[in-house]
Design a protein around this ligand. Structure first.
Ligand code: RUG
Length: 796
């Protein structure tokens, strides 16, 4: 459909009238937004329907990406871009006397994820639609997204994220596709008159799962895929039978996202959430397949189910349940199909993030699933013990020591298991999943993460995108590898000058926002040193904070910093993660001290931007000079902010962890600054004594003392706890061990930043090398190697 400016203006006026019976100037900004979203949605409605029917007609293999988290970011700007209607809409709105930015800012940013895991899922959906891969998201429609973060006296406070309060303009409720999910009760198998073993359920608590679909618009290719989010409701017409408490129990299932991505919580509600979206998703997949197929002969050629992290691992048992109990396939056939259909991505090496459920809780909550996992466990042992020995096999069996172990279930039930960066996959193979790697080496493969360049460049950084279009043409928008063409221009002084201008303008824009929102005035000629990610001890925001104290002490000693700096943080801590919240308080207290000290003047500023999420990242990333990726080696599976920041021309300051290593390979060691211990060094560091470092290293001694001697006001308990964690409790994440090396790296950064020509040359090298980290390529590799689907030209 060709959208002209005239058509858009008319559509907008008509829709305003239809929805609100108002003239445009009378409407609030929120109403203006909802009208715009509704008009834009219309522009892809037909493509959405046609994509579905085309897939059906072609009997195309459908892939379902099961993830308990997605972080799509705001849809409006991205959808307009992908539909190719941005210019028309912007000029049309202007003619109507409306300001796009004000309207777009009214869209809630759906916080349906904690961080990298959810964002990766959404990047994959965007890339798959843009590449013409039939990938469907499957998740939970949380009533409340990840909490909104605010600071009160420097402490994190959590406020509910009521993102659905005014409705969600992009979703379509599909009541006719609802299904029933059973929890609890008793279940046994009974032979029916045809000789089939049927599962008989008694006293179950049933919940209705209602799907809400959101269209995922591909980039200028008429493809619109679907993200399906499930909402829990009471069974139809049955209100009276339920007590308030029972109603609440059903609402609870999809009420709120668990706000922790690095710690597993063995809570009943979480288990229910997991089974809820898994069961609903698989029922709807089988139902869709059954519409056009009489038997299951082709199921594994037509369906792929991806288990994103362990949360949806019950998919293995749920598909077995449906195939056996409802479709009457025998165990072996059902198992054969299931393992061909399932694939699994692991995202963490942290032992505390690997899910295991107490057997009794599991058995009570999902009895039939428990029975099936028991059988999987039994057959696995029976088959593997003679080959690999009892010790190895029981160390990786799905059930052991009263626990159901979800990662092991996912590996055993899938044909493919991948890590998310080269190092991470190697470490999975050699440590966390080593036992299963010995048994199934052929299943393991690496798929390094990626990011969508269209959101992180075209949407977030229009100035840089414009420069790139001017310098190398627009091919990179569809084929991000074409950014490589920018490499030959890294010697071109005019280009570097323009690149510097772009960065400076972006910094000015961020500075204005910081001033307006936080009342902090920052020097836009200072180096913007950025660390934005979840707050976790392993990510070592503390290392960065100690360096800031170091800089502060130098200034107080009368020295001048080599370059002035603005340290920018944004991070949410899990509400129950006390230590992480103490670090937030420390950074805020430091900000308070340093930003108000007249002796510091313009040399040093600290800004902690609250409520980190996709929308805030879109503002910070284009303005970053330095990207801090300083986790302890071996702890960060991959990281993705490292890739976004690189694409926006920030220089990475990194440990050799996760995908940082591949960034270094891509950009060359002259264009990245690395420091710190390697994984091997960390692993072989047998007698670490952090107290010894405190004792013998005068610089560190002095910095740590400021945590407890009153230099930083208002952090008595926090300062003492952090001090103790570093000195008395032996510094679990080797902050002190890496400190000197970090300082050297920071000094190198300062040296480099003094010569802006060299700096922007490095920056340009980073942009030019970033194309390989586009999720378009990652999704192609998933499609080819894991899901075995051909990338089809959507035009055909
Ligand atoms: O911590 C990891 C990141 O390193 C990674 O980049 C991201 C996407 O693969 O996933 C993050 N993650 C891990 N989020 N939740 C978990 C817990 O398994």
């Amino acid at each position: 459909m060709k959208i002209t400016e005239e058509k858009f203006i008319k559509d907008y006026q008509d829709r305003m009238m239809a929805m609100y019976s108002m003239a445009i100037p009378e409407a609030s900004k929120a109403q203006q937004y909802r009208v715009l979203a509704s008009v834009v949605r219309d522009y892809y409605a037909k493509d959405w329907q046609q994509t579905r029917t085309k897939y059906e007609k072609q009997d195309r293999k459908q892939i379902y990406y099961f993830s308990i988290e997605f972080l799509p970011g705001r849809f409006l700007t991205q959808n307009m871009l992908n539909l190719g209607i941005t210019d028309v809409v912007l000029s049309g709105l202007q003619k109507l006397g409306l300001k796009y930015n004000e309207i777009a800012g009214r869209e809630p940013d759906p916080g349906l994820g904690n961080g990298g895991l959810g964002r990766l899922g959404s990047a994959f959906l965007d890339s798959a639609a843009s590449e013409g891969v039939a990938l469907n998201g499957n998740s939970i429609r949380y009533q409340y997204g990840l909490f909104k973060q605010d600071f009160v006296n420097g402490y994190q406070v959590e406020l509910p994220d009521d993102w659905l309060r005014n409705g969600n303009a992009w979703e379509v409720r599909k009541e006719n596709r609802a299904c029933v999910v059973h929890f609890g009760g008793n279940v046994w198998l009974k032979e029916d008159s045809l000789g089939h073993l049927r599962a008989v359920y008694e006293h179950t608590n049933d919940v209705i799962a209602v799907p809400y679909d959101i269209g995922i618009v591909g980039y200028k290719n008429n493809v619109v895929n679907t993200m399906r989010l499930w909402s829990a409701e009471l069974p139809f017409n049955a209100d009276q039978r339920y007590t308030l408490a029972e109603k609440q129990q059903v609402n609870d299932i999809t009420e709120v996202l668990y706000p922790d991505d690095s710690n597993y919580e063995g809570r009943l509600l979480r288990l229910k959430q997991e089974y809820f979206f898994v069961s609903a998703g698989i029922q709807s997949i089988v139902r869709a397949y059954r519409k056009t197929h009489r038997n299951f002969n082709e199921f594994s050629q037509k369906v792929g189910i991806h288990i994103n992290d362990t949360h949806p691992a019950m998919a293995v048992a749920e598909l077995m349940r449906i195939l056996m109990d409802e479709e009457f396939l025998g165990w072996d056939r059902a198992w054969n199909i299931t393992t061909q259909v399932m694939s699994y991505t692991n995202h963490t090496l942290l032992a505390e993030a690997l899910e295991t459920w107490p057997e009794d809780m599991f058995a009570k909550t999902v009895p039939r699933i428990y029975q099936i996992i028991q059988e999987i466990d039994h057959r696995f042992r029976q088959k593997m013990v003679p080959i690999h020995g009892a010790e190895l096999v029981s160390s990786v069996a799905p059930i052991q020591d009263g626990q159901v172990r979800m990662a092991y279930l996912a590996v055993i039930g899938s044909h493919s298991v991948n890590g998310v960066a080269k190092l991470h996959t190697e470490l999975l193979q050699s440590s966390v999943l080593n036992g299963l790697y010995q048994i199934y080496p052929e299943k393991f493969n690496n798929k390094t993460n990626g990011v969508t360049m269209r959101r992180w460049l075209l949407v977030a950084n229009p100035r840089l995108s414009h420069l790139l279009n001017e310098a190398i043409g627009t091919d990179w928008q569809r084929h991000p590898d074409a950014l490589r063409a920018f490499k030959v221009l890294t010697q071109d002084k005019t280009i570097l000058q323009k690149l510097g201008d772009v960065k400076h303008k972006n910094k000015r824009e961020l500075a204005t926002q910081i001033q307006e929102q936080l009342g902090i005035k920052v020097n836009t000629h200072a180096l913007f040193d950025v660390q934005i990610k979840r707050l976790h001890a392993y990510k070592r925001q503390l290392l960065h904070a100690l360096y800031i104290i170091d800089e502060y002490l130098q200034i107080k000693d009368g020295k001048k910093l080599t370059v002035p700096r603005v340290h920018i943080f944004a991070a949410k801590a899990a509400p129950s993660y006390y230590y992480a919240k103490e670090i937030i308080k420390l950074i805020n207290a430091l900000a308070d001290l340093i930003n108000h000290d007249p002796e510091v003047n313009n040399q040093l500023k600290i800004v902690f931007i609250p409520n980190y999420g996709v929308s805030i990242a879109e503002k910070i990333i284009p303005a970053a000079d330095v990207s801090e990726q300083i986790s302890l080696a071996g702890k960060e599976a991959s990281g993705t902010s490292n890739m976004k920041l690189m694409a926006n021309g920030a220089i990475t300051l990194a440990t050799l962890d996760g995908a940082n290593i591949e960034i270094k390979d891509a950009v060359g060691s002259d264009n990245i600054v690395t420091f710190g211990m390697t994984v091997d060094e960390v692993e072989n560091f047998n007698f670490y004594q952090s107290a010894q470092i405190y004792k013998t290293n005068a610089r560190i001694h002095r910095i740590l003392d400021t945590l407890v001697d009153g230099t930083i006001p208002d952090i008595t308990t926090e300062g003492r706890d952090i001090f103790n964690s570093l000195v008395q409790y032996n510094d679990q994440y080797f902050v002190l061990a890496d400190y000197d090396s970090y300082v050297q790296a920071q000094e190198k950064i300062s040296q480099l930043y003094q010569d802006r020509y060299d700096w922007y040359q490095m920056s340009a090298q980073n942009i030019a090398a970033s194309g390989r980290f586009a999720s378009d390529y990652t999704i192609q590799r998933y499609a080819e190697d894991i899901w075995h689907v051909k990338i089809e030209d959507p035009a055909e």
